[in-house]
Design a protein around this ligand. Structure first.
Ligand code: ADP
Ligand code: MG
Ligand code: MG
Length: 252
C-alpha cells in the first residue's frame, strides 16, 4: 500500500497565502474527490503536490509513505508514483504523445526492466481503443491541435499507460460533453484497484455520478472544511456552497 499524506499544508503564490492548513490522506485503493468553488485553491493543491516551483510551501508537509516530497523535483515525484492530469494540459511541439508516454514509463522503471517498443505499441493500441482515440492522435505532438475534450482523454490515456500509484485529476471533467465524460470515467474506473488511488478535483457533482468516490472533501478558503461520502456531493448539488457555508458558520 502507498499513502499520500498532506499535513497542515500552507502554500503561497507570489507571496499570497492560498492554502491555509490542508490535511488529507489518500491511500492506494481509495478514491477521493475534492469539490469547491472557483479560486479556492484546488489547482494550487494539485500543483503543489506535484512540485510546481511557483507554489511555495510556507508550512506543513507532503509525504509519500515515509518520504517527505517537499524537496523533490517534479520528475522524482513522478518516479515515486505520482501523476497529475492538469486542468489545462499544455501543448509541446517536437515530442509526440507516444514518445512522451514511452519515455515516462521507462523513466519509472529500472534499467533492466525497460519497456520495449513492441510491448508499448500493443498496450497503447489496446488502451487507445478503449478510450475511443484514433491511432493518429498518438503520433501527434503532445496535445498539439487537440480540443479541450481530446486533451482530457489524452491525460487519461497517459495515466492508463503510466500506471501511477496515486493520480491527481484536476477538473478532468471540464469542457467535456456527456459522451466524452463517460469515456473518461470509464478510463478512471478501469484503473480502480488496490494498487491505485486517486484524488479527483471537480466543481460539479455530475462527474461523481460516473466515478463514485469513497470520500468527498469540500475545500473553501484554502482549507478542507468538510469530509463525507458520495452523499455529500449530492447534498452540495442540492444546497450549493452557500448552504454549506451557512451550516458551518464560515465567513469565507
Ligand atoms: P481553484 O483551482 O480552486 O479554482 P486555484 O488554485 O487555481 O483555485 O487558485 C487559487 C487562488 O490562487 C486564486 O486566487 C488564483 O488567482 C491564485 N493563483 C493560483 N495560481 C497562481 C499563479 N500561478 N500565480 C498567481 N496567482 C495564482
Ligand atoms: Mg478554477
Ligand atoms: Mg482549478
Amino acid at each position: 500500500m502507498t499513502t499520500l499524506r498532506i499535513e497542515n499544508l500552507h502554500v503561497a503564490v507570489s507571496g499570497k497565502e492560498i492554502l491555509k492548513g490542508v490535511n488529507l490522506t489518500v491511500k492506494t485503493g481509495e478514491m477521493h474527490a475534492i469539490m469547491g468553488p472557483n479560486g479556492t485553491g484546488k489547482s494550487t493543491l494539485s500543483q503543489t503536490i506535484m512540485g510546481h516551483p511557483a507554489y511555495e510551501i510556507t508550512a506543513g508537509h507532503i509525504y509519500l509513505d515515509a518520504q517527505d516530497l517537499s524537496d523533490l523535483p517534479v520528475d522524482a515525484r513522478a518516479r515515486a508514483g505520482l501523476f497529475l492530469a492538469m486542468q489545462y494540459p499544455s501543448e509541446i511541439q517536437g515530442v509526440t504523445n507516444a514518445e512522451f508516454m514511452l519515455a515516462a514509463i521507462n523513466a519509472r522503471r529500472p534499467e533492466d526492466q525497460q519497456m520495449g517498443i513492441m510491448a508499448f505499441i500493443e498496450q497503447l493500441d489496446e488502451k487507445r481503443e478503449f478510450l475511443g482515440m484514433t491511432e493518429e492522435m498518438a503520433d501527434r505532438y503532445l496535445n498539439a491541435g487537440f480540443s479541450g475534450g481530446e486533451k482530457k482523454r489524452n491525460e487519461i490515456l497517459q495515466m492508463m499507460m503510466i500506471q501511477p500509484k496515486i493520480a491527481i485529476l484536476d477538473e478532468i471533467d471540464s469542457g467535456l460533453d456527456i459522451d466524452a465524460l463517460k469515456v473518461v470515467s470509464r478510463g478512471v474506473n478501469h484503473m480502480r484497484s488496490k494498487d491505485f488511488g486517486t484524488l479527483m478535483i471537480t466543481h460539479y457533482q455530475r462527474l461523481l455520478d460516473y466515478i463514485v468516490p469513497d470520500y468527498v472533501h469540500v475545500m473553501m478558503g484554502g482549507k478542507i472544511v468538510k469530509t463525507g461520502d458520495a452523499a455529500l456531493a449530492q447534498k452540495l448539488e442540492a444546497e450549493g456552497y452557500a448552504g454549506l457555508r451557512d451550516e458551518l458558520g464560515l465567513d469565507i
